[in-house]
Design a protein around this ligand. Structure first.
Ligand code: NAD
Length: 502
């Protein structure tokens, strides 16, 4: 298998092999820690996307009709190969995304969990049966695949987000066209080639690279039945509206601004560790990153001091050098995030740790910004309101529980939130009061395990289905209910062999 991250150009993957398509457009792919383009990626035209969709549509009937046993075997093989070669994939993720190697390994581990969950497919695809619903009449329902599924993923989890969706879509018997982020495209090709090695028939999983043109082609293509999208809120909304208007089933997961409320009775050491981990892991480029700490006035000074102390020990630099935090994804994004530091000063917040002063263990041209802590951020400031998506942790001081919950609920987003407290009653009241999809109690990044589903509320999710878990199987299948009456029982003749599953 060729490592796509060692080629000069990242091609599409269609019909079980690399494919150049007809487009002459390409865009550079950077190593953010080096700050230089390493290769380019092809940008599909809508005609290219159509070729990929046709390949998926052609492969679909045979895959749909394949036995559960054979699809299960494919997934087992895929799981074994991915597990054995996860370090190779982590290197690719770090080289194009910039996150440190241990973090890249972490996203692959979470993706593997979804593959392992998808192995429950024989059980989850079982239908329901009502014997003798009426005299002599049985009723049963079965789950069938929806057809060709389009998956559009963001830059920040180039391996995990595709793995949230395609293993379940394939387990359920669908064919897939995946459009990963053009900023770190190679992981998707690597996964598709691995699936081929694991025995997936050609055309069942395809990868097209590109931007708006490719995405819009998927959203409007008559042979695409469903769209799973993860990215920023404005694009999620566009995807939801366009794909629904074109008759597709859609789940579109959007952006976030996650708050962590720290009550006075919390273990402040634990809370400070959590704020640092969840604020600066992956340079804050996580939809479940904590970007606002809501500190109750009485403990705020102590908490800010504890967070700053811990930040002083973080090493920012090349993810291959054992650092804690890597660069941002592009120079433009780095500059945009750094711009919020000026805004913070203009808005009279207190810049406690300025990431622009950080010592960097990496090449000078990398897209660096060190961890930043801003205290006393006014809630009117764009530093508080915007999803910054960088290593910037804001502290907002609140009078107590009620004001904290009020702020959380006034955010347009509802992805994740956490409370730090030793009061079980307060934690329970918090969990019941917040309008947020994923909640942590003394857990800063409450990403549900693969057998629960992942998704936010409000502007963090358009559509009514979350990712993976049982929601994933429901999204990628449609139900058929059969009412049947047999007047004359029959049998299948004589065969003394032991029954087999083929
Ligand atoms: P993005 O919205 O810029 O891009 C996501 C995908 O949409 C990419 O494949 C991109 O090529 C495509 N795209 C970009 N512009 C488009 C346009 N105008 N029309 C059609 N398609 C377009 O997001 P990103 O910067 O890659 O990722 C970061 C964002 O994703 C953050 O907002 C983050 O919160 C969000 N995110 C959310 C979740 C979640 O589960 N809710 C998970 C990860 C990331």
């Amino acid at each position: 298998m060729t490592n796509p991250a060692t080629t000069d150009t990242v091609d599409h993957w269609v019909g079980g092999k690399s494919w150049t398509g007809e487009s002459t457009r390409a865009t550079p792919v950077y190593d953010p820690a080096l700050g230089s383009a390493q290769r380019s990626v092809r940008m599909a035209t809508s005609a290219d996307v159509s070729v990929a969709v046709k390949a998926a549509a052609a492969a679909f009937p045979e895959w749909r009709d394949s036995s559960i046993a054979s699809r299960h075997r494919f997934l087992l093989n895929f799981r074994e190969l991915l597990n054995a070669r996860r370090d190779e994939l982590a290197q690719i993720v770090t080289a194009e995304h910039g996150k440190v190697l241990s973090d890249a390994a972490g996203e692959i581990a979470r993706g593997l969990e979804v593959v392992e969950f998808a192995l429950s497919m024989p059980h989850l695809l079982k239908g329901e049966f009502s014997q003798n619903a009426s005299t002599g009449i049985d009723v049963f329902s079965v789950r069938e695949p929806v057809g060709v599924v389009g998956i559009i993923s963001p830059f920040n989890f180039p391996a995990m987000v595709p793995l949230w969706f395609f293993p379940i879509a394939l387990a359920a018997g669908n064919a897939v066209v995946l459009k990963p982020s053009e900023k770190d495209p190679s992981a998707a090709n690597w996964l598709a080639a691995l699936a081929a090695e694991a025995g997936l028939p050609d055309g069942v999983l395809n990868v097209v690279h590109g931007d708006k043109e490719a995405v819009d082609a998927l959203l409007t293509h008559p042979e695409v039945a469903a769209i799973s999208f993860v990215g920023s809120t404005p694009i999620a909304e566009h995807v939801y509206r366009t794909a629904s208007a074109n008759g597709k089933r859609v789940q579109a997961l959007g952006g976030a601004k996650n708050h962590m409320l720290v009550l006075p009775d919390a273990d402040l050491g634990l809370a400070a560790d959590a704020a640092v981990n969840a604020g600066f892991g992956s340079a804050g480029e996580r939809c479940m990153a904590v970007s606002v700490v809501l500190a109750v006035d009485t403990i705020a000074d102590q908490l800010v001091e504890a967070i700053a102390e811990r930040m002083a020990k973080l090493r920012t630099g090349d993810g291959r050098r054992g650092c804690d935090m890597g660069p941002l994804i592009t120079r433009e994004h780095r500059d945009k995030v750094a711009g919020y530091l000026d805004t913070a000063v203009e808005d009279e917040a207190r810049l406690v740790v300025d990431g622009r002063d950080a010592t960097i263990d990496g090449e000078p041209d990398g897209f660096w910004l060190g961890p930043t802590l801003i205290d006393q951020v006014p809630v009117t400031s764009s530093v508080y309101r915007d999803e910054i998506f960088g290593p910037v942790l804001s502290v907002v001081r609140v009078s107590g529980f009620e004001q904290g919950v009020e702020l959380i609920n006034s955010s347009p987003y509802g992805n994740g939130t956490a409370i730090f407290t030793n009061d079980g009653g307060a934690a329970r009241r918090f969990q019941r009061s917040v309008q947020v999809g994923m909640i942590g109690v003394n857990v800063p990044i409450p990403v549900p395990v693969a057998y629960h589903s992942f998704g936010g509320w409000k502007a963090s999710l358009f559509g009514d289905s979350k990712a993976y878990g049982t929601n994933g199987f429901a999204f990628f299948t449609q139900e058929k209910a059969v009412t049947s009456r047999w007047l004359d029982p029959s049998h299948g003749g004589i065969d003394l062999g032991f029954p087999r599953n083929d």
